[in-house]
Design a protein around this ligand. Structure first.
Ligand code: 5AD
Ligand code: SF4
Length: 487
């Protein structure tokens, strides 16, 4: 769906004039310049130039990629899913080592495509690029990469793209921080009916295992009026489901001129006409206050899903992780959420193998899993990240011990997820139809308010609609069902 906003603004730009000072106008200025250049290159090639974004990591990165492809489309590229494109950009994640390795693997493969297509240019951006070692490695081992930039200067993408194409030069631009939040640039949503909305950037928590505060910088909240305006515009453009995004959404509002907290923001977003569902990602258990629980409870538009990252159930490990809650405090919050919002699903993240973790610590984690009864969980093996305090801690756990703990945790969360899902069998719940099921012909995939996936018979005409769905057959983490009344 071509985004027609910005057209008048771009058309009015004087390409002979100087580069504007304000960041947003400057980006639009470079988009306008690129448009002419890419058109010329396409004409010379006798076909449109294509562009592909490859995204790793979290929802924040997914949203950033929508901004990248938005700028590419506005600059005259034709979007494609295929990496065999004229411009390929990898938006990287570095939260665990396997994310880094996946990027290097994909880069290795793309060099063959680049040899075959002389027009092809390759860019790498995102969290991994905030680490000097990774940039050096790309420069040395993947010298065909044309453009490298990081998380803090993503809003300068159009300008860098221009430099790469106009001068046919290699560009590396990494900033170590930024105070800027640049709003209102072109975006191309992956789904017409749902969208992420950034409410804050960065993180100040400094969990000792986590690289995010180093690669995403200090916490900065967006102005609530800007957020609401973006939600209103999205609603006008057909969006009905919004996911508010931040590394630590509960501390939203710190440092803003007007006093506002996350609970109030959530309430305001629910009032936006046309918005039917509001999700948020990710809260921190230490800041999950009663007022947020109340807003979810009292407002049926807020999705019945709380992602509540435990990380560990051992007080000793939680302290070493700098999580700032105890096992009992976590359980108390989780059970309060369950008690106040009975139909809520609670999902979590768990790390196994943090330095110093013993079999007893793993038992504590298992105990929390049993007592809270998570509806789903992402279980990770601890991955030391350079520059984080945990990477330097003694007592790194041997791989075979980690594996043993990991298997126990995994089977406990799978059991808990199966039990929780099975309890919904036979119920009728509202689902948003998101996409055609690529595995099973004649089926589409829906997401319930509690984030559960249900596959139902149907075709593409249902995409973007809300349906009452009969949950017929539990498959562990997901369901097969059908539209109620069509059974
Ligand atoms: N090792 C393993 N898992 C990690 N996570 C963050 N950092 C690490 C690490 N160094 C996990 C946490 C977080 C999720 C996004 O990734 O569980 O909640
Ligand atoms: Fe990965 Fe964290 Fe960056 Fe998201 S913010 S892409 S999880 S490193």
């Amino acid at each position: 769906m071509y985004d027609t906003r910005f057209e008048n603004e771009i058309a009015a730009i004087d390409l002979m004039g100087p580069e504007p000072a304000d960041e947003r106008s400057r980006e639009l200025y470079y988009i306008a310049k690129l448009r002419k250049l890419i058109r010329e290159r396409s004409e010379a090639a006798g076909r449109p130039l294509t562009a592909c974004t490859v995204t790793f990591g979290c929802q924040m990165n997914a949203r950033d990629s929508e901004k990248l492809i938005g700028i590419l489309i506005k600059s005259g590229f034709e979007p494609t899913e295929s990496e065999n494109a004229d411009f390929v950009i990898f938006n990287t994640c570095t939260v665990r080592d396997n994310a880094d390795q996946r990027t290097f693997g994909r880069l290795g493969r793309i060099s063959h495509l680049k040899k075959k297509n002389p027009l092809m240019k390759v860019a790498v951006c995102g969290c991994m690029m905030q680490e000097k070692g990774n940039v050096d490695k790309i420069r040395k081992s993947y010298p065909f990469v044309d453009l490298i930039f990081g998380t803090h200067n993503i809003f300068r993408f159009a300008e860098y793209l221009w430099e790469v194409y106009d001068k046919d030069s290699k560009v590396t631009q990494i900033w170590d921080k930024t105070d800027s939040i640049v709003e209102n640039l072109p975006v191309e949503r992956k789904y017409p009916f749902k969208s992420g909305v950034n409410i804050m950037f960065g993180c100040d928590n400094f969990c000792t295992y986590c690289i995010v505060p180093y690669v995403r910088g200090r916490e900065r909240s967006r102005n609530p009026k800007e957020i609401l305006r973006e939600c209103e515009n999205l609603a006008k453009d057909g969006v009905t489901e919004i996911m508010l995004l931040g590394q630590n959404v509960n501390s939203y509002g710190k440092g803003l001129d007007e006093p506002i907290g996350f609970a109030q923001l959530l309430n305001e977003v629910c009032k936006v006409e046309g918005i039917r569902r509001v999700r948020f990602m990710t809260p921190h258990p230490k800041d999950f206050s009663d007022d947020v629980i109340q807003v979810i409870r009292d407002n049926p538009k807020v999705a019945r899903h709380v992602h509540f990252p435990l990380q560990s159930g051992s007080d000793k490990i939680l302290k070493k992780m700098n999580r700032r809650y105890t096992k009992e405090q976590f359980i108390e919050r989780a059970l309060k959420i369950r008690e106040q919002i009975p139909d809520v699903s609670i999902t979590t993240d768990i790390i196994v193998g943090f330095p110093g973790e013993t079999a007893q610590d793993v038992e504590d984690t298992l105990d929390v899993i049993r007592r809270v009864g998570f509806d789903n969980a992402y279980t990770f093996i601890y991955s030391p990240r350079r520059g984080t305090p945990a990477a330097k801690m003694p007592d790194q756990v041997p791989a075979d011990v980690v594996k043993e703990g990991f298997d126990k945790v995994l089977s406990a969360v799978q059991q808990s997820a199966r039990d929780r899902s099975a309890a919904l069998e036979g119920k009728i719940m509202e689902g948003l139809v998101e996409e055609v099921n690529s595995q099973k012909e004649g089926y589409v995939t829906c997401r319930l308010s509690n984030n559960m996936i249900v596959h139902i018979p149907g075709d593409a005409s249902l995409i973007g609609t809300y349906q009452q769905i009969h949950l017929e057959e539990c498959k562990g983490f997901y369901y097969f069902g059908r539209i109620a009344g069509q059974d």
